[in-house]
Design a binder for this molecule. Structure first.
Ligand code: F6R
Ligand code: MG
Ligand code: MG
Length: 366
């Protein structure tokens, strides 16, 4: 049976500040998706949150970029924004950059990760959701999962994974894409995806079966809006077990709280801390950035789960280390590399301050 899994998310208002989602919003979203399920548009759904982001996980049979599914997500965000306004939540409607829906939520603010596949006998799925960071945060973990044998031993000792995986990489500045084969082309691949603010792993495919293995959201809010309107807070779907990395291999990259861009005012580097859904409440300096992982088994499109994968105690040392790294980075205050490099600051105060002081710069002699 062919199933489409769509994860569509938006920050439509925070509680308190940008630290959490209000329960009334989640309840309303559940109500609206339950109605769509009853009407037969969805097979199943799960509504959750990561920090101040409302996350809609939906299964259906309408394929990727389907207008009805995207409209359902858009209408849900618009409806929930009304509750955010009534409660005077912070930044109500923040990620809805357009007034009118035009067939697809892409380019309108929300983040989208979708994949259509033939459901296997046992279909294991992990959905990652992050808050206070950018699209591109998945480059490092996806590389480790699908190309690094020090992370994924299956690449070495499982015959159904030994041919490797293909990485579809998007250049979001030039609006073009390229596919790299791992392991053959990992040096070329890393030249690009090591620069995650521009090059992003959009999808990963099994090289032999051609099956989709992972899909991520690559929408960059600042590029869509042309100014800072909050971070992208991306999502990523990963298929697991069998010819794909095992659950433990999929989660393993997050034992390193690697540095990502985001955090306070979307303008800092900080560690990505793996947490349970309950603990996705970025508070210290509006962070540090968080990632949650929900595990499901699919049964004819029905979402069996979720299991809150990072609630596990084995991620305690990563959290501890994340908090230590957060301390270390914070002590740099407004200096790079805690503060983002100039190009990324283009979306904050840099243009205004530069303009104001233009006449005061004097050419250096000699
Ligand atoms: C980061 C984020 C927050 C806000 C900060 C200021 O992604 O959402 O750090 O940038 O709290 O928020 P405003 O400008 O909404 O008062
Ligand atoms: Mg917010
Ligand atoms: Mg957010």
């Amino acid at each position: 049976m062919k199933v489409t899994l769509s994860v569509i998310k938006a920050d439509i208002g925070g509680y308190v500040g940008h630290s959490e989602s209000h329960p009334d919003i989640l309840a309303r979203a559940r109500e609206l998706l339950a109605k769509a399920k009853k009407q037969g548009l969805l097979i199943d759904f799960h509504v959750t949150k990561c920090g101040d982001d409302l996350q809609l996980v939906m299964t259906h049979q309408h394929g990727e970029e389907n207008e009805k599914i995207h409209k359902l997500a858009w209408d849900t965000f618009v409806d929930c924004t009304q509750i955010a306004r009534d409660l005077k939540l912070h930044g109500a409607g923040q990620d809805l950059l357009s007034d009118a829906f035009s067939g697809n939520v892409k380019g309108m603010g929300p983040g989208v990760a979708e994949m259509e596949f033939e459901e296997r006998t046992a279909e294991t799925i992990i959905i990652f959701m992050a808050d206070k960071t950018s699209a591109g945060a998945w480059n490092l973990p996806l590389y480790k999962m699908f190309a690094d044998p020090f992370n994924t031993i299956g690449l070495v000792i499982a015959s159904n994974m030994h041919t490797g995986f293909a990485f579809e990489v998007h250049d979001i500045k030039e609006h073009r894409k390229i596919t790299f084969n791992a392991p053959d082309e990992i040096y070329d691949l890393l030249v690009f995806i090591g620069a995650p603010s521009r090059y992003m792993v959009k999808a990963v495919y099994h090289r032999e079966s051609k099956e989709i293995a992972a899909a991520s959201s690559t929408q960059r809010l600042a590029l869509i809006a042309g100014r800072y309107v909050g971070k992208d807070d991306p999502v990523c779907i990963v298929r697991s077990q069998g010819e794909f990395p095992a659950v433990g291999e999929v989660l393993e990259p997050f034992t390193l709280p690697f540095l990502v861009e985001g955090w306070m005012r979307g303008s800092h580097h900080g560690p990505l801390m793996p947490v349970s859904v309950e603990d996705s409440t970025p508070s210290r300096f509006d962070g540090p950035p968080r990632v949650v992982a929900l595990g499901f088994q699919l049964s004819s499109g029905k979402l069996v789960g979720p299991r809150d994968m990072f609630a596990d105690k084995s991620f305690d040392p990563a959290r501890q280390q994340a908090n230590e790294v957060a301390d270390f980075m914070r002590r740099h205050g407004p200096f790079e590399p805690h503060r983002l490099p100039l190009e990324e600051m283009e979306y904050t105060t840099m243009p205004q301050v530069s303009k104001k002081l233009e006449g005061r710069f004097i050419a250096l002699e000699g």
